[in-house]
Ligand binder design. Sequence first.
Ligand code: C2E
Ligand code: MG
Ligand code: MG
Length: 645
Amino acid sequence: MSINRYPVESLIPNLAPKSEFGIREQFSFKFSELLVSSYGFDDTITKIIELVCRTFGWEWGAYWAPDHGFSDRLVCRHYWHSFNNDLSTFAIESTRISIPAHQGFVGRIWGNNSSAWIEDMGDDYAFLRRQGAKACGLMCGYALPVSYTAPDGGQNRLGVLEFYSVVKRQQDAQLPTVANAVGVLVALTVRRIEQEEAMRRMAQIDDLTGLVNRAYFRELFDEACRKAADSQSELAVLYIDLDRFKPINDAFGHDAGNVVLREFGARLRRLAGSNVTARLGGDEFCLLVTATVSEQTLRGLAESVLKAAHDPFHFLGIELVVSASVGISRYPTDGLRPEELLRKADEAMYECKRHQRNGFKFHALHMETTGKLAENKLNEPMQFAVLLRQALLKNELFLQYQPIIDLETGNIAAAEALVRWRLPTGEVVMPDRFIPVAEKEGIVNAIDRWVFRRACADLAQIVEAGLPEFRLHVNMAASNFSDTGVCEELMSIAKAFGIAPSQLCLELTERTIMEHEQSTLVTMQALSVAGFNISLDDFGVGYSSMARLSQLPVRSFKIDRSFVNGLPDNQRHASIVKSLLLLAEDLQISAVAEGVESLVQLNWISKTGVRYVQGFYCGHPCEMNRFMSKLHDQAHLTMPCAGIA
Ligand code: C2E
Ligand code: MG
Ligand code: MG
């Protein structure tokens, strides 16, 4: 086998002067740039690994650090690998083992606190992951300790960085010097970030109780609301205020009061499990339930909180007794934003205090008269249409993407863009409610054009992230197809974002074709010739187009979710789905099963040979940033890992 020699400089384009100093300068420059744009330890270390790999031409890079439970064993905390090589076997092997000091290649670097080069990973018995290395074609590489000299002169060891290549390389004479510089830079960065994180943690915690403090609670609440919106799940917040707390402070002093607060905080944390508990200040606490739970469960939880407050506290042999008033509000019923939900839970808590104390109240059940102004306006058709027109101008529409899974690969092959309308109050209106109005008011084409443009912009981002083949499905209302200029317009929008029409799939309902037959067909032909994919949405519900399906330029249809809904028990639905699939096979078009909500349905469908599925079981619609991270995880581009053997 020939041995390629890679002088370090040649791996860095446009590097002048070609000297060791030049490389270090260049690297430090990029390194500083990276530090400015990164946040948090996980993000920074993964970016550092990627930078080193890209700069010096390594295909694999990873950071090993002591496992928290066993400080003498190292685990692979973060890795990055080039997208051009399938290193998944090696990645899996790396995340599954933990390495003691002095064992294997990485253990030796850690134990000796000095760097080393490895020549033949697949055949070197000292290399613990040689099987994975062999399977992935990794050849040789370099590992270095991440350590720095503390002000007292002692060595602080933090972890080990490793870099491997699929190409047989010879150790470059300059590598140790460059690598040592990298090791020190990384060590100082790791230390700085760890200190920052420790300080941040201190700023997030309430000193007295150890619970989350008010400021951090707001951040967590914000994040929880965003997640709930993306996953269409629910949240609940319990606002807790202790009754008769002040008299304890007045009578027995602050130390006694502190005992009550501290002990109540501890009880609250125990009963809250994985939910967030916070002390907002004084004798006010909050419990955030970050999952969809029934009203009965919330009642049970509130009762436990009351008991936790009512069980006596002990101070210098004295029994102290308080109680609590609890107000509960829920996302999305009572509001969509933390401030609104907190205000409503607080109102409910005060209601409770006014009437009985030592009790709880749900906001929704006890404040029926409080305003749902936006809702009321939306109930008036005229107002609704006016607001909808403004929505476009005021940029109140937004998209969510729902994954379409290819069952052959298990990967997200495409996604459907689904439009939503966020009112200034924060309330989100779903398309089933406003698209019919938009159709009646003649503004649906404008909305669909906005959706198409936004989807193209987002698709360009997905392509940029390394998925050149990714497809987006965009819904198109019937009226778009009466307009003969639509084809050119869509082409020019796609072109402006560098998107090929073949990466877009336009979804039309059967109704579209039935209602606007002649002109629709002409437009469909033009779009198909231009390269756009066309899919029939909600297929099966309007059977008249079935016979004509063979004459239409469609590539796929989506089996309506009303049929998938009844699977596998509903015999009628099962046979409709089977006959739709026979039809698809006959016409050689593909079928997508919509509305798959359970594993049982997925199993049934996969046995019928359907290749593509969409539904809550495979993924809820979510906003672009969340969707990108789903794609990112799937591609194993840069994935922090925490696994141990
Ligand atoms: P669709 O095109 O059939 O979109 C699929 C709908 O099914 C989405 O509802 C999606 O959230 C929902 N869905 C997906 N998986 C499941 C599941 O497992 N169970 C259940 N129960 N539902 C599931 P969404 O977002 O409310 O959209 C409703 C309809 O609004 C869409 O139906 C589409 O006809 C229309 N629409 C959405 N976006 C647009 C758009 O940009 N333009 C036009 N003209 N219509 C749109
Ligand atoms: Mg659709
Ligand atoms: Mg559909």
